[in-house]
Design a protein around this ligand. Structure first.
Ligand SMILES: *[C@@H]1O[C@H](CO)[C@@H](O)[C@H](O)[C@H]1NC(C)=O
Ligand SMILES: *[C@@H]1O[C@H](CO)[C@@H](O)[C@H](O)[C@H]1NC(C)=O
Ligand SMILES: *[C@@H]1O[C@H](CO)[C@@H](O)[C@H](O)[C@H]1NC(C)=O
Ligand SMILES: *[C@@H]1O[C@H](CO)[C@@H](O)[C@H](O)[C@H]1NC(C)=O
Ligand SMILES: *[C@@H]1O[C@H](CO)[C@@H](O)[C@H](O)[C@H]1NC(C)=O
Ligand SMILES: *[C@@H]1O[C@H](CO)[C@@H](O)[C@H](O)[C@H]1NC(C)=O
Ligand SMILES: *[C@@H]1O[C@H](CO)[C@@H](O)[C@H](O)[C@H]1NC(C)=O
Length: 397
């Protein structure tokens, strides 16, 4: 009851709180060049000295309920739709961790209907609001449906130009469930975004008491709350009493690039094909005929494409279309040939994230060689650059 009242007071006060907190008064820069980093944000606050965390809300299960039962976690979504403000009311302890502001992004069709225009938009907001000079926002969290959370999060991660935490979260159980996971995911994501210990690590997913790197994470289970995992790379940290505990010091994922999408509204289409016995390589040509500017093909094992897929990849490469091969195992790395041929191999990227990275690389005007370097550099550096392997693989002069 106490915390509920606290929230009501915060909402009632938020008008005056905003006025009191109005930041970046004396940036000493021209108005045109430095748009107010927090334009339009209204802070919900009970304590003006707490860090500011902005919530990028695209909806999802975390803001849904069931009209069937408290045990329904399969056919929910038709009950009352809580707002972020409702959620803050239910988890009002977050207001003792941070001041919060909400930006809503429409995600028509839900998590499964989303395309890259959503992350381009979120990224542009996040860069303006968090990375502009003079911004006093500590970090951001994003609510997203879990089905494609990793793709939107990865798109923002690769296009976000500062060291502040960007934390994606959501829920597997609707808010009406007898023990909804969204409440604790919300609190933990805010605590992580507010914490200086979360900086300089790249974007992260806070889910089910754990923190993983967006760069390596995927949804691994269609039904259970313990679903976001970086299977090979593991957890960066855990939550204890709501606060992040990092196992290691801050560092960025190996080979994480940055792309400027300030002026980007549409990305070139890239298609993913799943390799299997009897793979029909004509699908690769069909994808290109339909407008694909690049292909991601999931090859069995260490991303080994069938002979017919290799022949198609060679042919398409000569037409300027890159084929990125990704292991269909979902873990492990593709292995490029010691001397580069036509197929490009992803270093530990899973297919949907390799697709996002390929789109961003093509959009940036990268040549085929630059795209190869984008994907293969980390694995080449580790495998073929050491002198011993230069000898073994016949690369040394
Ligand atoms: C506000 O938060 C700060 C920590 O940032 C704390 O030191 C202070 O006691 C809090 N004030 C109130 C009134 O709770
Ligand atoms: C829940 O909503 C759906 C769709 O509106 C409806 O078909 C169903 O009968 C409702 N169930 C209950 C228990 O109200
Ligand atoms: C969350 O808040 C809404 C409206 O504020 C309320 O109807 C609902 O019962 C709350 N849910 C939980 C789990 O507390
Ligand atoms: C980007 O998101 C903002 C905030 O929700 C919205 O007003 C705007 O229309 C969106 N822009 C595009 C191009 O979707
Ligand atoms: C992406 O989704 C938005 C919103 O639904 C839609 O307006 C846009 O046309 C879509 N873009 C593509 C390339 O499909
Ligand atoms: C910001 O952008 C510059 C290039 O414009 C890049 O070198 C730098 O790595 C980026 N920083 C981050 C944290 O992404
Ligand atoms: C984006 O557009 C602005 C205005 O035209 C320009 O100044 C800026 O250099 C562009 N940025 C990129 C990365 O293309």
């Amino acid at each position: 009851m106490l915390s509920r009242n606290l929230f009501a007071t915060a909402l009632a006060l938020s008008g005056s709180v905003i006025a009191d907190l109005a930041p970046h008064k004396a940036l000493g820069r021209s108005e045109e060049k430095t748009p107010c980093p927090e334009d339009g944000l209204e802070w919900i606050s009970t304590n003006a000295s707490l860090p500011k965390v902005v919530i990028y809300n695209t909806g999802g299960t975390i803001l849904s309920t069931s009209n069937y039962s408290r045990i329904d976690n399969v056919k929910y979504g038709r009950g009352y739709r809580p707002t972020v403000e409702d959620l803050i009311g239910n988890v009002s302890e977050v207001l003792s961790v941070a001041q919060l502001a909400i930006v809503r992004f429409d995600a028509p069709g839900g998590s499964s209907g989303i395309n890259s225009s959503l992350y381009l938009n979120i990224s542009q907001y996040a860069n303006r609001q968090l990375c502009s000079e003079g911004s006093d926002i500590a970090g951001a969290i994003m609510f997203h449906g879990t089905n494609t959370l990793e793709e939107t999060a990865f798109g923002v991660d690769l296009t976000f130009n500062c060291s502040k935490p960007f934390i994606a979260t959501g829920a597997m159980r609707p808010d009406s469930y007898m023990s909804p996971d969204g409440h604790s995911n919300f609190y933990q994501a805010v605590a992580a975004a507010a914490s200086p210990s979360s900086r300089d690590r790249g974007g992260m997913i806070a889910f089910n008491d754990r923190l993983t790197s967006i760069f390596y994470s995927t949804k691994t289970n269609a039904n259970t709350p313990d679903t976001f995992k970086a299977i090979e790379q593991g957890n960066l940290g855990a939550f204890l009493a709501g606060q992040p505990y990092y196992y290691y010091g801050a560092s960025y994922p190996t080979g994480r690039p940055y792309f400027d999408v300030t002026n980007t509204t549409v990305l070139p289409p890239v298609v993913i094909l799943y390799g299997h016995q009897g793979f029909d390589a004509s699908l690769m040509y069909a994808a290109v005929a339909n407008g694909a500017k690049g292909l991601v093909v999931m090859g069995p094992g260490a991303a080994q494409l069938s002979p017919s897929a290799q022949a198609a990849a060679d042919d398409l490469y000569s037409q300027g279309i890159p084929t990125v091969a990704v292991p269909r195992t979902g873990t492990g790395s593709g292995i490029p040939d010691p001397v580069a041929k036509t197929i490009i191999y992803a270093s530990y990227q899973i297919a949907p994230l390799a697709r996002v990275m390929l789109q961003l690389g093509i959009n940036a005007g990268y040549s085929l060689d630059e795209i190869r370097s984008l994907f293969e550099s980390p694995i080449r550096e580790a495998v073929y650059e050491p002198w011993v392997n230069q000898k073994i693989y016949g690369l040394a002069a």
